[in-house]
Design a protein around this ligand. Sequence first.
Ligand code: ADP
Ligand code: MG
Ligand code: ZN
Length: 528
Amino acid sequence: MELSPVCTEECVIKSDRGHRKSKVSRDVEIDIEVLYKAVPQLAKVFRITDKIGEGTFSSVYLGEAQMRDGRREMFALKHLIPTSHPTRIAAELQCLTVAGGRENVMGVMYCFRKEDHVVIVMPYMEHQAIVDIIGSLSFEEVRLYIYHLLKALRHIHQFGIIHRDIKPNNFLYNRNTKTYALVDFGLAQGTADTQIELLKDLTGLRKVPRPVFGERNLNSCTPAPSTTKQAAIKTELVKPGRTEDPVSRRYSSASRGPLPVRTQSSSQKPQRSVHQSLTCNCHLTDRVCNICMSRKQQVAPRAGTPGFRAPEVLTKCPNQGTAIDVWSAGVILLSLLSGRYPFFKASDDLIALTQIMTIRGSRETIQAAKTFGKAVLCSRELPRQDLRTLCETLRGRRPSPDDEVTPLIEGSKDSPATMDHKIQGDSPTHRPTEGTFKKHKDGAGETPRPLSNRTRLLAHQDRSGCTKTSTHPAKQTSETDCMVQDDERGWDKVPDEAYDLLDRLLDLNPATRITAAQALQHPLFKDL
Ligand code: ADP
Ligand code: MG
Ligand code: ZN
């Protein structure tokens, strides 16, 4: 390989820890020392100078190596937590080696291992965090960003890879070079016909669910049918526990399964015939009956970040496909068009589902859930919102008459976060949410606001890079400036195609949701 770092006797670079830039904190220095100790081979090749990412499952470092031809190259060294499951690690690597290195998907150069420490070496790509640049993005940049994200998705989906954690942090963007790279296959799963052999092996890693309430299991875990005739199906959303991937990323945490949306469905064969006669009497009521209490929880993948999870993930539909990544891309587009990041920030799946209903409509969500075998109950009807109106209002581009935009603020009496769901355990009422749904910073804190103020406040909420403060006469100029800048960035002429694509990406029904390949053919991208 042309760019191979020298990793034998020819090695030129010596680990030079004394010369690291002073901006590196003592903590990072210690982490780097620890990494050198854990994987000593690294020191022969790389001068590790900084930590550039830290997540639950890995830390990513910046390393410099001198190449055979004398050039110095920068690399990203991803050190996986030692408790990662070996198959999981191998699958992540296989995704990178088989699908990476082209089509906006990050490639891999090397992998080092000593005992249970694994370090994946990738080319380093300088990038900007979306949260830092969202306020200054032009519409054209947003269009290109989504186009390139869809290209990456089309590519990995062709290999039968479901990424499962599509979000801006995992799609690196370099504004200056206009380069893009999808990273982090740490939660990836395979489709039924995946070409990534190791993703097939991951299914065996799924944990056997433990009964939630320690009682007999009454139904089996047969996947719900993905199509029609779901009238007899009933889903009870119970408060989810930890948001963890059942295809365990950490294999030391065997006791932590995802807690459950439990289903009962006419298609599910009871494990023992005696149970067939048990009729449930809580269907479509706001209670959970004893029969349902003792049902076996349904296990379905729930990996990812709640705010980016598709409805079928949030409701634990067992048949999940590449469409879940497309939904996440839709959430990113919604975020970029509205200038709000994160758009949905939910502490659990139920709140995430409520926030989706606030935008996409409760009737529509219930209807879509039916098609994949889930019944969702919502005590109040939430109208579907017009996406252009929503985004322009959130951008502060249009006044926000209260009758036009459904209130998004949590905490008020009739705000979506307080709606009754059929849940068991804590009510989500007044649970804090952030992002677009979070309480406003300007003064009132957690105090519920009267309805009439809500949408006005929405339009004036702080937005990265552009603060709307028209209620303060002294700052009116800054609002005008802001609007002018916004216009220069093309936000005054967002074409209908953008909202049409958004609508298709955020199709509540995974069976009709646009695919990445189809989305690339969308009129929004006709010139690309
Ligand atoms: P995790 O599983 O911990 O989320 P990621 O693979 O997403 O790990 O990496 C975490 C962060 O490290 C990324 O969000 C990104 O900022 C940075 N990073 C990862 N890979 C690279 C790379 N090849 N070049 C530059 N930065 C990277
Ligand atoms: Mg990541
Ligand atoms: Zn019941």
